[in-house]
Ligand binder design. Structure first.
Ligand SMILES: C[S@@+](CC[C@H](N)C(=O)[O-])C[C@H]1O[C@@H](n2cnc3c(N)ncnc32)[C@H](O)[C@@H]1O
Length: 277
């Protein structure tokens, strides 16, 4: 080969094996948040299998930093749909005695445990359970239940069956897990206990409030957050998703304006004298 007067510098970059997405400047795999005076770090090893916490989930964390939020010291808590362990980590850091992290996704247990331990928290205070909420029957009821259910409507055209879908999408127009939370709450929450919920306006907030109120729960809105509908994971199917959401809005079952919706940080109290399961 003769020497060419023009030198081209062709950079060769070897991307790490098993690191799909490493060319992103940032990617949703690690985040830092403050909770009641402590800085906590959350890692998601595989964002296709476990949802990296969205603003919807973080809004409840933020609301629980407010003045009218309940005490967490010494509580025995259930984190329904724990995912990466965002709420389990926060509750343990705030002094919860025990946290049960429940998720239908088997990948959640390992990631939640890893995040608890990586934050220097006592892993013996955490129990991870892999089960659908609908089949979970604990031996004892909890002082506190916290949850951020999936809230986008399901459609077969964008079904993938992966963990990200389980985290974001639910049957019955996005209400399936909310309905289960309402249905199962007397079995899970002790009388006098507190249910904390990040509730999307895409999934009929009035219905949840009406149904829990009818069961004797007192409700309070801690804070309301307005944000973009998180359609990034569904960019290809955005129009289908929006059509479904518009149908639900026309039926009075969803509220949003353009691409903006709200998340309500809700607190429900079960009366101390309540009986029955
Ligand atoms: C929106 S994500 C919330 C994750 C985490 N709490 C957060 O805020 O980042 C919903 C979680 O609920 C879980 N999930 C969905 N359906 C469920 C069910 N029927 N029973 C238990 N967990 C479920 C999903 O796997 C997912 O981890």
């Amino acid at each position: 080969m003769t020497d060419s007067p023009i030198r081209t510098l062709t950079r060769r970059r070897v991307l790490p094996v098993g690191e799909n997405g490493s060319l992103w400047e940032t990617r949703p795999s690690c985040g830092i948040f403050a909770f009641r005076g402590t800085r906590l770090r959350l890692v998601v090893e595989d964002p296709a299998e476990i949802l990296f916490p969205t603003d919807c989930g973080l809004s409840l964390i933020s609301a629980l930093n407010g003045d009218n939020a309940p005490g967490l010291e010494g509580v025995r808590a259930l984190d329904i749909g724990a995912g990466s362990g965002l709420y389990s980590v926060a509750l343990l850091a705030a002094g919860a005695e025990l946290v049960t992290a429940l998720d239908i996704n088997p990948a959640s247990a390992g990631q939640t445990t890893a995040n608890v331990v990586a934050n220097g928290l006592d892993g013996t205070r955490l129990t991870c359970v892999t089960s659908p909420l609908e089949e979970y029957t604990p031996d004892e009821r909890f002082d506190l239940v916290i949850t951020n259910p999936p809230h986008l409507p399901y459609d077969p055209s964008y079904a993938t069956g992966n963990g990200l879908e389980t985290a974001l999408v639910a049957r019955r127009g996005g209400r399936a897990v909310y309905d289960s939370v309402v249905e199962r709450m007397d079995t899970l929450l002790a009388p006098g206990g507190t249910l904390l919920m990040a509730h999307s306006s895409l999934a009929d907030i009035p219905r949840t409030v009406t149904e829990l109120t009818a069961r004797g729960y007192e409700s309070e809105t801690l804070e309301i957050f307005e944000m973009d509908i998180p359609l990034l994971a569904y960019a290809e199917h955005k129009e289908t998703m929006l059509t479904l959401l518009k149908e639900r809005r026309a039926a009075g079952q969803a509220e949003f304006d353009g691409s903006r919706f709200t998340v309500h940080a809700l607190m429900f109290r079960r009366p101390a004298g309540a009986t029955g399961r």
